[in-house]
Design a protein. Structure first.
Length: 548
C-alpha cells in the first residue's frame, strides 16, 4: 500500500468518525448510549453507501462531503423508527468508551434545529457562517436566530472530552447482502396473499365495510372501522374513533374514497389498513375522512378530490371539514364560540364556525371533554389546536401547564397574535402564548406586549416564536425559550433614530452584547443606542436572560 493510499484511508476514517459524532449528538431522546451510537453509525453508513454524487464524480470532494453531512443531519434530526430495528451488526462494532451521557441528556431538551446548531458550533467547532449555510441546506427557517439561540444555551455541559469517542478507528459496518432475505420475504408474501385471496373469494378487502369484489386500484389498501362503542372504554385513542356520518355504511362511496387514496402517487399513497372516521354529507356534498397512521385524507365525492396531510395522533383534536365545520372526538361535547354562541353538533360535526380575525386564524370554540373544558383554535393545519395562555406575572415551573380554557385576556391576546404565528410544516397539537412582558416603550414607540408562543408538535418536539405586538404594528423577533423567554429587536423612531429594545420574563433580566454606544436597563426592559443614531448596525446582537 502506497503512502498516498494510507493517507486517503486515514482521511476517510476521520470523515466517517466526524459524521458519526454529529449524528450521535443530533439524534433526539435520552436512550441507551450503545443504541444511540449504533443508530448514528447506521445513518452514516446509509448516507455514505449511496452512489457517488455528481460533485464526487467531477472531483469536487468538498461539495460531496457537504451533501453527505446534510443527509446525515437531516436523518438524525428526525430519524424514522425503522432505524432502531435490526441493529445487531452495529451493536457488535462499538468502541469501548462512549461520550459523557450528561451531554446527550442536556441536548435532548433542545429543539432539533437548535440542537443541530449547538452541535455544529460547540462540538464540531464550525464557524457561524458555515453553520448558517448548513442550516439553510436543512431548510431551517431563520438560521441566524437559531444560531443565536444555540449560543445562548448555558445548561449543556462543555463539549470537550465529554464529546469524544474512544480513539480506536470507526469504520463503516459491512453487512451481508439483503437480497436473499428480500427474495424470501417476497415469496412468503405472495403465498400468503394467494391464501387470503382464496379464503375471501378472490378479495383481499375483507372486513365489515367491504364485500364482493374489489376495485383493482385499491389492491394495496383496505378499509377498517372501530367498534361503535370502543371509544367509551379505556384511554383516549384515535384508533377507537367510530365511523360516523350518514354514508358510513355506503360501501360504494367508501370504496371510492379508499381507492382514491390507494392510487395516489408522489409519496402519499398508502398500503395496509386505513381507518374510516367519517363518511357523510357536508353542506350537501358527499365527504369522507380516512386515517392511516399520523396522516389524514379528506375525500370529496362529487369531484374525487383528495387532500392528504400529516395530522399527528392526538386523540382529541377536532378535524377540519369544508365550510368551517369540525369533526369532534367522540368524547367532546357542548362547543361554544368565544362570543357565547352554542354550536349544534350532528354525527360529531359542528355547525360552521370561523375565528374572529382578519386572517381567519385564532380561537374557534371551547369544548367539554373528559379532562374538562378547553379552548381550540385554527392555526392553519388540518386539525384544531388546543390554545393556552400565560400572563406577564407567570413564572416557569417544570410540569406546570397553561389553563386549558382561555379567559377573556387570553382570548383577546390570541385574537391579536394568531395571524402572526408562523405556519409550520409539522402539525401542531398545542400552542401556548406567554405574554412575558407588557408595558410602555420609550421614544414614542407606545405600549407593547412581548409574547413567546410555544408550539408543541404532534408526535413530539416543540418550538418557540417571539412576537412584539404594538398598536398597528406587529412583528416576529425570532426564536424564544418558553422556559425563560427573552427577546430583542431594532426599532426606528419617527425621527429616524434607531434603538434596540429587549425584554425578559418575570424574575429575569435581558443581557445583550452588540454594537451599542449606550445601554440602560429599566426593570426588565433594556434600551440601547447604536454608534450612529441614523443607521442600523449590521453586526449581530448576542442576547441572553439572566436571573434578576
Amino acid at each position: 500500500m502506497t503512502p498516498e493510499n494510507v493517507e486517503t484511508r486515514s482521511e476517510a476514517e476521520t470523515r466517517y468518525r466526524d459524521l458519526v459524532r454529529l449524528a450521535y449528538f443530533v439524534l433526539p431522546g435520552k436512550g441507551k448510549r450503545v443504541h444511540r451510537l449504533a443508530v448514528a453509525r447506521r445513518i452514516v453508513d446509509g448516507a455514505t453507501a449511496r452512489r457517488p454524487s455528481r460533485d464526487a464524480r467531477r472531483g469536487d470532494a468538498a461539495a460531496a462531503a457537504a451533501r453527505r453531512r446534510t443527509r446525515v443531519l437531516r436523518t438524525a434530526m428526525r430519524p424514522p423508527r425503522r432505524l432502531g430495528v435490526g441493529l445487531g451488526p452495529w451493536l457488535r462494532a462499538l468502541p469501548a468508551r462512549l461520550p459523557d451521557p450528561a451531554l446527550t441528556a442536556a441536548l435532548a431538551r433542545l429543539d432539533p434545529p437548535v440542537r443541530v446548531a449547538y452541535v455544529l458550533r460547540r462540538v464540531a467547532g464550525m464557524p457561524r457562517y458555515a453553520v448558517r449555510d448548513q442550516l439553510a441546506d436543512l431548510r431551517v427557517p431563520d438560521p441566524w436566530a437559531v444560531i443565536e439561540a444555540a449560543e445562548r444555551v448555558e445548561a449543556v455541559p462543555p463539549a470537550g472530552r465529554a464529546a469524544t469517542f474512544e480513539p480506536a478507528p470507526l469504520r463503516p459496518v459491512r453487512r451481508r447482502s439483503p437480497l436473499p432475505i428480500v427474495a424470501a420475504g417476497a415469496l412468503t408474501a405472495t403465498l400468503i396473499g394467494a391464501l387470503v385471496a382464496t379464503e375471501n373469494g378472490g378479495s383481499l378487502l375483507a372486513g365489515p365495510l367491504f364485500g364482493g369484489t374489489r376495485p383493482a386500484e385499491a389492491r394495496d389498501l383496505r378499509l377498517t372501522a372501530a367498534e361503535p362503542g370502543a371509544w367509551a372504554n379505556g384511554a383516549p385513542s384515535l384508533d377507537t374513533w367510530p365511523a360516523r356520518g350518514d354514508l358510513a355504511s355506503d360501501r360504494a362511496f367508501t370504496r371510492r374514497a379508499v381507492a382514491a387514496w390507494a392510487r395516489l402517487r408522489g409519496g402519499h399513497g398508502v398500503g395496509g389498513a386505513a381507518q374510516l372516521l367519517y363518511a357523510g354529507h357536508v353542506d350537501g356534498t358527499p365527504f369522507a375522512v380516512l386515517r392511516h397512521g399520523v396522516r389524514i385524507a379528506r375525500y370529496t365525492g362529487t369531484n374525487g378530490a383528495l387532500d392528504v396531510a400529516a395530522a399527528g395522533g392526538d386523540p382529541t383534536g377536532p378535524i377540519a371539514l369544508p365550510g368551517g365545520r369540525y369533526l369532534l372526538s367522540p368524547w367532546d361535547s357542548a362547543p361554544v364560540t368565544p362570543g357565547g354562541r352554542r354550536l349544534a353538533v350532528r354525527d360529531g360535526v359542528t355547525d360552521p364556525v370561523t375565528a374572529r380575525t382578519r386572517c381567519g386564524r385564532g380561537p374557534l370554540f371551547q369544548v367539554k371533554g373528559r379532562d374538562g373544558v378547553r379552548t381550540v383554535g385554527d392555526l392553519g393545519g388540518p386539525r384544531a389546536v388546543v390554545l393556552g395562555h400565560h400572563t406577564p406575572a407567570h413564572r416557569f415551573r417544570a410540569g406546570h401547564a397553561a389553563p386549558a380554557k382561555l379567559q377573556r385576556a387570553g382570548l383577546a391576546l390570541w385574537e391579536r397574535l394568531a395571524c402572526h404565528v408562523p405556519r409550520t410544516a409539522r402539525p401542531v397539537a398545542e400552542a401556548t402564548a406567554w405574554n412575558f412582558w407588557s408595558g410602555e416603550l420609550p421614544y414614542g414607540a407606545g405600549t407593547a406586549d412581548w409574547v413567546c408562543t410555544r408550539m408543541a408538535f404532534a408526535g413530539g418536539g416543540t418550538a418557540g416564536q417571539a412576537t412584539l405586538l404594538r398598536a398597528g404594528e406587529q412583528g416576529s423577533t425570532g426564536w424564544c425559550d418558553d422556559r425563560g423567554p427573552v427577546s430583542g429587536t431594532w426599532w426606528q423612531a419617527p425621527s429616524g433614530a434607531w434603538y434596540y429594545f429587549a425584554a425578559a420574563a418575570r424574575g429575569l433580566v435581558p443581557h445583550a452584547d452588540g454594537p451599542f454606544r449606550t445601554a440602560r436597563l429599566t426593570g426588565r426592559l433594556l434600551v440601547a443606542t447604536p454608534p450612529a443614531a441614523g443607521a442600523r448596525p449590521e453586526a449581530p446582537v448576542s442576547l441572553a436572560a439572566r436571573t434578576g
